[in-house]
Design a binder for this molecule. Structure first.
Ligand code: AMP
Length: 406
């Protein structure tokens, strides 16, 4: 890849600004905040450890939740995150309860090679004196320049916010000589960027989930790039309706029917739609169900793809060299409507074993592969929901655009 990575940087003795994604869930234990799930902290360790072992002085920061008023601040402090990071790293982590000012500057000046500091939630800057000014979230240029002035080089490892232009990503990058991708960011660029820019073929995309309107741009972008685009999940029923089929009470977006008709006409056999559905008489796991081929009976709704669709989708996936998957094939949260999603997950494991690069594009599909227990058998599970969607839509992500070229 053409982007600078943390491996390209001279780190010894440098003040290394590191934008990490420590937006983790917190819980209260005995009146104290604690990290409820440290997956994201664990995931960031390789980049942090690399910087420290090379003799860098790590200055870490992240957003945590959303800050809309002064009242939000105490419950969204980075302090418990700093504690967990220290435990995981096995070394002290200096926590500075400020996002700017002399206390922070002093602490940074006292850092020695191989030491770590983390400062307060970057979104504290979104509320100043009780007013929601969004200095971080609207990329206030003075804030980005200030944070940049605190370090020598910048490492961005927070893919989850790469689709937003914030002071803590694009703002800093605009004011510092070198911005490099951390290992997590590098992996996202390699897999997601690789799939949309230069996929090994055949390239098959699978798009599911609830709403056509959310994913239509992805479908359009991928129809231009992939060899086949499989559409499943609730959004498939708007396509079924566009073909003139009866869809009962299934999910339906009337204002997208014309667009669906257009896509069906333009895409020809590149677009692969379900040929049957598991139809249910109510949105519940204990609903009365039957497999509908073609029309769905009045009073019933399609909640999963049926067995013939599973076979069809498997045949399309056979021999694929690159697969991108975003969105479940049905209401996978309910056991009786999880079969289609499960079957696709299992098939992805199979094509991965056969040499395909398989990429799950964040959000609900990530939850699905974790639920299926196959996450570590696929090539890449993206960590960014919104960011991976926008990447797959073919948009330029400001956080990635701001990383220096090699
Ligand atoms: P999305 O956020 O667009 O990826 O949508 C994910 C959600 O779509 C999940 O919560 C699924 O339960 C839901 N979903 C998938 N298929 C269907 C369907 N046939 N009917 C209703 N909801 C669905």
């Amino acid at each position: 890849m053409a982007k600078l990575t943390v491996d390209d940087l001279e780190l010894k003795g440098k003040k290394v600004l590191m934008r990490v994604d420590f937006n983790v869930p917190l819980k209260e234990v005995d009146g104290q905040q604690e990290v409820a799930n440290d997956n994201r902290i664990v995931a960031a360790l390789p980049t942090i450890k690399h910087v420290l072992s090379e003799g860098g002085r790590a200055i870490l920061f992240s957003h945590l939740g959303r800050i809309k008023s002064e009242d939000d601040k105490p419950g969204l402090s980075m302090k418990p995150v700093a504690q967990r990071l220290a435990d995981l790293l096995g070394q002290p982590v200096t926590f500075v309860p400020a996002i700017e000012g002399p206390e922070l500057e002093e602490a940074i000046n006292q850092l020695e090679d191989g030491q770590v500091l983390i400062f307060e939630n970057t979104r504290y800057a979104d509320v100043v004196d009780g007013e929601q000014v969004k200095r971080e979230s609207k990329n206030d240029p003075e804030l980005g320049a200030y944070w940049a002035s605190l370090g020598d080089v910048f490492v961005n490892d927070a893919f989850g916010t790469a689709h937003r232009s914030h002071a803590s990503n694009a703002g800093i990058a605009a004011n510092i000589a070198q911005t490099a991708a951390g290992y997590l960011m590098e992996k996202e660029i390699k897999f997601l960027g690789g799939a949309v820019e230069n996929p090994e073929r055949p390239f098959v995309a699978i798009i599911g989930g609830a709403k056509v309107s959310d994913k239509i741009t992805i479908i359009q972008n991928l129809l231009a790039k992939a060899d086949k685009v499989i559409v499943g999940g609730g959004m498939a029923y708007t396509f079924a309706a566009a073909k003139g089929e009866k869809i009962g009470n299934s999910l339906f977006e009337e204002d997208k029917v014309e667009l669906a008709k257009q896509l069906i006409a333009d895409a020809g056999d590149k677009l692969v739609l379900p040929v049957d559905a598991v139809a249910a008489d109510k949105f519940a796991n204990d609903a009365d169900t039957y497999v509908a081929e073609g029309d769905i009976k009045d009073g019933y709704m399609g909640l999963d793809i049926g067995p013939k669709s599973v076979e069809l989708f498997k045949s399309v996936l056979a021999g694929a060299k690159t697969v991108v998957w975003n969105g479940p094939m049905g209401v996978f949260e309910m056991e009786n409507f999880a079969k289609g999603t499960l079957a696709i997950g299992e098939e992805l494991v199979k094509v991965t074993e056969e040499g395909a690069t398989t990429i799950v594009g964040g959000g609900d599909s990530t939850a699905a592969v974790q639920q299926l227990g196959v996450a570590d058998q696929l090539s890449h599970i993206s960590t960014g929901g919104g960011a991976s969607l926008e990447y797959l839509e073919g948009k330029t992500l400001p956080g990635i655009a701001a990383i220096s070229e090699k």
